[in-house]
Design a protein around this ligand. Structure first.
Ligand SMILES: [Zn+2]
Length: 68
């Protein structure tokens, strides 16, 4: 088998993680708070990668009343 690294480190604070309790996307966090934070960061990065350009929605100009 390939060499497996047994040491995991929290991506948020860099602490060594001993228990696989807070595994998110293959990353090991030290606590639920840091796991949650890592999830948020990952989602934000994915959203940025998925939408490089700002979304432009066709907006109709408001109807103008003609005062005659
Ligand atoms: Zn941490």
């Amino acid at each position: 088998m390939a060499i497996e690294t047994t040491e995991k480190y929290c991506p948020i604070c860099g602490k060594q993680v001993a228990e696989p309790t807070f595994n998110r996307f293959g990353e090991w966090a030290c606590s639920e708070a840091h796991a949650d934070e890592y999830v948020k960061e990952t989602r934000a990065q994915k959203m940025r990668a998925a939408a490089p350009a700002p979304e432009q929605q066709p907006q109709r100009p408001p109807r103008q009343m003609r005062g005659g």
